[in-house]
Each structure stands twice: as structure tokens, then as C-alpha cells.
Design a protein around this ligand. Sequence first.
Ligand code: NAD
Length: 256
Amino acid sequence: MNGLAGRSAIVTGAGTGIGRAIALRLAHEGCDIGIFDVEGDAAQTTAEMIRETGRRAAVALGSVAERADVARGARALADALGPIDILVNNAGILRTAPFLQTTEAQWRSIMGVNLDGIFHFCQEILPQMQERRRGVVVNMSSWTGKKGVPNHSAYSASKFAVIGLTQSMAGEMAEHGIRINAICPGIIVNTRMRDEAEVLNKAQGLPDVATRAQSIPMRRPGTPEDIAGVVAFLASDDAAYMTGQAVNITGGLWMG
Ligand SMILES: NC(=O)c1ccc[n+]([C@@H]2O[C@H](COP(=O)([O-])OP(=O)(O)OC[C@H]3O[C@@H](n4cnc5c(N)ncnc54)[C@H](O)[C@@H]3O)[C@@H](O)[C@H]2O)c1
């Protein structure tokens, strides 16, 4: 247990995959959870799972890429749950393509969700955290936010940018009692993004996840629960002296 009882957390993209696992783990640690997602059915299913743990759950629907959606959603979730202690900016999308075939529309949509989404949510939530002189933010990057990978130019650029944004905000917010860290997962299975990537890889004759896992020192892909445990730690007072970090969770796939 990380002692998060009585705190409230917003998790973006908590409808499926890693976001759902983070929301459930934080609920098990005692948090009430605000879910912000584009997909209503998935978000409501996660909310039901949270209520089964005995914690409160609230849902707001919209796109993190749209400032008006975020402003409305952040307000609705804070109204439902009270002041927000923990913000997990998890929502993200992946579209792979060779650089020269990446369209401007693909570039903008990836930047819009993966990067602008964090900008919007932090601008909406940090002022209330500043006022209370407490708060924790965890931003979703990736190991491809530290190493550029072929056919991932837009995604990788967005995830590198998340680390720069995290470090810059962490430097400004530390004196206000707010800690901001990023996490950099490796290859994580049991998520929709990974399932879709596998279908594409197969179509292109690329190795499947089991084969690629052989190049991971731990010889297995990660699970959403592997990521959720680190988020619970970063959100807790056990991480009280950590800010501006970009923490790898890759089974050793990336160590830099
Ligand atoms: N799966 C991996 O291998 C892996 C590795 C590193 C980083 N990540 C990152 O983890 C995060 C979660 O990915 P996942 O693998 O769980 O994928 P996923 O597709 O299962 O989950 C993504 C969630 O975000 C939501 N979402 C998508 N666009 C949104 C938008 N515009 N506004 C609000 N919500 C939106 C989806 O509805 C979904 O609930 C992403 O940021 C992803 O880049 C994943």
C-alpha cells in the first residue's frame, strides 16, 4: 500500500489498457477516480470496476486534444470528487508510418493527443494544486521518448516532447509543492494500442511481440499492472523527493 487514502485522482484515457490499470490501482490504494476519455462505454466500464473497489468514480467524456473538452471535463471531475490531488496524463495514440509517408493530419493528431493533451490538462489542474500547495502529476511518455524508432517519427517526437515539458513544468512547480514526473514504458501488452500495432506488424511481416520480447533482458513484455505500480509509487509520499524524472519501465529494454 502506498497510502493514498482520501486522495482524488484524474486519469486520462482510463477507458482501456494502461490507463484502466492505473485507475484501478490508485482506487485500490484508496483514491477516488475521475476518468476522462473519448470512449463512453469503455470509461463507464472502468468506472463500474472502480466502484466495486468501494471508491468513488466520476466520468467526463471528451478529447484531451480539445481545450474546451478538457476545461469542461476537468471542472466536472473536480466538482464531483473535490480538489484533485493526482493527475495522470495517460491518454495517447499511436500511428506508425515511414517518415515521408506521414501526413500532416497524422502528425497533428498524434501531437494533439499525446502532447497538447498534457498541456491542456496541466493548465486546467495545476492552478488548483498551486492554490493548495500540493499535487502530483504523472505524464505518459515511452521508451521511444528517449530513443527514436523507425516508422515512429510523430509518436517518438511527441513522447520526447513530453519529457521536455515534464522537466520544464517540474522546475517551475517544485516551489509550489507540486511534483511532476514522466514514465517511459517499454513494450506493454494487453492494451488496445499494442493489439493494433501487432496486427500492423503482422501485415508487414515484422516479428511478433513474443519474438521481440527475446531482446528484452527480462524476456517478457510488460503488463499494464507493471506500469500502474510505478504510478502508484510516484503518486505517493514515498516519492516525495522525486520530480522532473522520466522513469523507464521496460524490463531492461532501455536503460538510458
Ligand atoms: N502499450 C504500449 O506498449 C505502450 C508503451 C509506451 C507508452 N504507451 C503509452 O501508454 C498510454 C496508454 O496506451 P495503451 O497502450 O494503454 O493504449 P490503449 O489504446 O489501450 O489506451 C488509450 C486510451 O486513451 C483513450 N484516448 C485516445 N485518444 C484520446 C483522446 N483524444 N482523448 C481522451 N482519451 C483518449 C482511449 O480511448 C483509450 O482508453 C499512451 O499514452 C501510450 O502512448 C503505451
